[in-house]
Design a protein around this ligand. Sequence first.
Ligand code: HAM
Length: 416
Amino acid sequence: MSKNNSTVSTEPYKGVRDFYPEDMAIQNHIFSVWKKTAERFGYTEYNASILEPAELYKAKTSEEIVNEQTYTFIDRGDREVTLRPEMTPTVARMVAGRRRDLGFPLRWFSIPNVFRYERPQRGRLREHWQLNVDMFGLASTDADIELITVAYEIMKNFGAKNSDFIIKVSSRKLMNAVFGTWYELDEAQSKALQRHMDKKSKMPEEVFYIEAEKIVGKPFKFLNLSHTSSQYEEAMAFPAIREAKEELDLVLAELKARGVTNVEYDENIIRGFDYYTGTVFEVFDTDPANNRSLFGGGRYDNLMKLFGDESLPAFGFGMGDVTIRDFLETHGLLPASVSSTEVMVCIMDESCKAYAEEVANGLRSNNTNVAVNYSYKNISDQTKAARKLSIPKVIIIGENEAKTKTYTIKDLPETE
Ligand code: HAM
């Protein structure tokens, strides 16, 4: 917003961020942990443009994200264009486009920036970067287990302990079975109830139950499917419920056997998108100071049908940089801010410039990142500048050094 007609604000557009070098250092750290972990599990990187035809998101959906949160515009050729609000339709489009040539199971990852017109608040912005890790072509729960393990390993590689986060797992298949057989809902009611449940944490309890009763047509009570529940045996008598619950129990047991012990079934986990078909999961921070969902994903076996293809099993998750940064901050896991510049060469006066450059170039050819300070200010000003720039070392070149062709590297204390 401009202060008056002649000046332009230095603030970025609402809900997006500038990345000053210290923020970029954190961003690079987050991306590097994401990339290393995904590659360690055999996932390879892909990318695409942020621009997509709007129809990619509009087809077969009535979702809030498409109707209320996309940035869509008409281009000069009259095409309706959308800035991608997520990567899943894009990756499905790319896989469908080359389906005959690709080897399956296919493991892909990407770190795209995505755009959503949301009300900016803690953990929610209008542009964020989102790691997407997806596997295509494996229908068995081995895919579910591997992807949740990758998510877990990323958290561990950030330095998190099992007690710092919890992985809550549920199943759309189970939900559909319960809604269809136990509550006897038709498909429209079932979808409406899922959408309503997805917003449960954002409303008072009473409001949730009043609305749920309207959708279901009778008083709504959650079916408790824990093994100790009095309704357990009765519910398990329905084959669809039994099959889905056994599948979910298997995923949980296998994860625990692999050391992922901070995992639990939570029937409140729905996930916003319509395309999920099986296991869904969401990871939460356990610290009360940052008690929120960090990221999530799930199985989506039917998205490929959007492109007229046969369905193709798929499982993946999306992890945003905003929520993960808040998590790292809350748990004291952010790396100390250090510049990628390792040394600043400070020159006492212009007569020493040639030798200073010789020293800098010698170090550069030895793979050291060096900046030369050509201000010719006094040395204390120059070292102050190095400290402000988070450069950890300085070399001071004066007449003496130039004459004897020597130099010493001095470590700078972090604070004065
Ligand atoms: P999503 O839950 O909408 O799923 O987003 C995934 C993650 O992106 C969130 O859990 C959060 O970390 C981050 N995120 C989402 N919206 C925002 C926002 N406005 N500001 C900051 N961070 C945000 C998906 O997008 C699915 N496509 C993920 C997926 C991949 N499922 C399968 N494969």
